[in-house]
Write a protein that binds this ligand. Sequence first.
Ligand code: LRH
Ligand code: MN
Length: 426
Amino acid sequence: MYLNQSDINKHNLQYIDQHTVGLGMLNWKWGAKKCEEVIELLQNFQVAIPSWALGAGGTRFGRFGIGGEPASLEDKISDVGLLHQLNKASGVISLHIPWDIPDDPDAIKKLAASYQIKFDAVNSNTFQDQKDQAYSYRFGSLQHTDKRVRQQAIQHNKDVIQYGEALGSQSLTVWLADGSSFPGQLNFRTAFQNTLESMHEIYAILPAKWKMFVEYKAFEPNFYSMTVGDWGQSLLYAQKLGNNAYTLVDLGHHLPNANIEQIVSLLLMEGKLGGFHFNDSKYGDDDLTVGCINPYQLFLIFTQLIEGLNAKRMNHAKDLGWMIDASHNIKDPLEDLLQSVEAIMIAYAQALLVDQDELKKAQLNNDVVTCQEILQNAYRTDVRHLVAEARVKNGGVLLPLQFYRSHSIRQKLTERRGYFTKATGL
Ligand code: LRH
Ligand code: MN
C-alpha cells in the first residue's frame, strides 16, 4: 500500500507543537550538538523486517487469524513498504526460503525498489521437510549421520544463496534445528564435525563480499542438545570456517539470565559478531515484541555495541546485520513490528547518550555508583522525540501507530485481501 504524502503532512502538523516542545527539552538537557549527532545516526539506522513475521503466527496450541494477511511475496513487500513509509527505518526485508521463493526476481526487485526496500540476509530452512523432498530432516540436516541427507541440506543452502544473489542480498543466515532430544541419541563430536564439514561446502561457494551468519539456539525443537547451542559453539564454527563467517545473536536463544550484553561485547572484540535477531522473551524463544519484557537489557546491549563498534571504528548502520525475528500470536503483526522498530531506535538513542569517556574513567576508578548513574541517566531519558525527529527528517510519520490506526489500515488491507488470507512463515 502506498500512502499519500498529504495525509502524512496533515498528521505531522497535528502533533508538531508537542513534538517541538519535547525536542526543545532534550536540546536543553543534552545540548543541541549531542542531539543532532544522535538524530543523524538514527536517520541512517535501518532494521530489517522478517518476511516470516507479517502474518499471525500461532503456537502448537492454536492460531488466531488477523484479516488482510499478505498471501504472496508481493503483498509482503508491500507491507514492509508500508512500515517503511511510516517509520523510514524499515527499508530492508529478510527473506526465508522456501517460504518466500521469488519466482520472478527482477519483478520482485522492481516492486521492492518502488518502496525503497532492499534485501538483507536470506535464511535457509532445513528444519522442515518439503513435500517433494527425498530425505527427511527428522534427525537433523547438516549434522545428519547419512551423507545423502547432508548433501541435500547443503544443496538447499546453495539454492538459497542463488535466490539471494538474484535479489541483491549479501548474506546467508544458517539456523539449524539439528541436535538431540534424548541422552545417548547423538555423538556430539561427530555431529559437530559433520556440521562443520557441511558448512565448509556452503562457505566455499559464498559469492564475493557475502557473509555467512551462524545462528545459535539453546533449545527447541530439540530438547537435550542443539548442535549450534550457544555463542561458544557458533564462534567455533565461524572461526573454523573463515573470515566471512560470523555468529548471529537471536535475543531469545539463550538460557535464562544469560548476560547477552557480555556475549555481544566479546564477539565484537573477536570481530565475529555478524548481526542480530531482535525480539524479547520472559521464558523461552517467545519471539515477543522487542523491548516489551526487558527494555533495560536491550539498552545495555546497545551500550556494549556502541562501545565495541567505536573501539573498532565500525560503521553502526552498515557493519552489522540488524534484523527483527518475531512471531505474532495476538497482536496485529504490523503494529507489533512498528513497536519493535521503535523500541530498537529508543534503545540505540539512549545508549548514544551514555558518556562513554566518563564511564571509562569511573570504571578505571572502580567508582561503581557513578558507573550506574551514567548508564541510568541515559536510560531514564525519554528519547522518543529524538527518534521521531529522525523519522520526520527522513520524510516519515511523527506517530506511526496513531497514523496506522487513525487511517484504518488493517481494515483497508482486510477489505482488499479478505479475512482468511494466511501468510507463509511462523
Ligand atoms: C529459530 C529462528 C531462526 C529462524 C526461525 C524463523 O528459532 O530464530 O532465526 O529461521 O526462527
Ligand atoms: Mn532467529
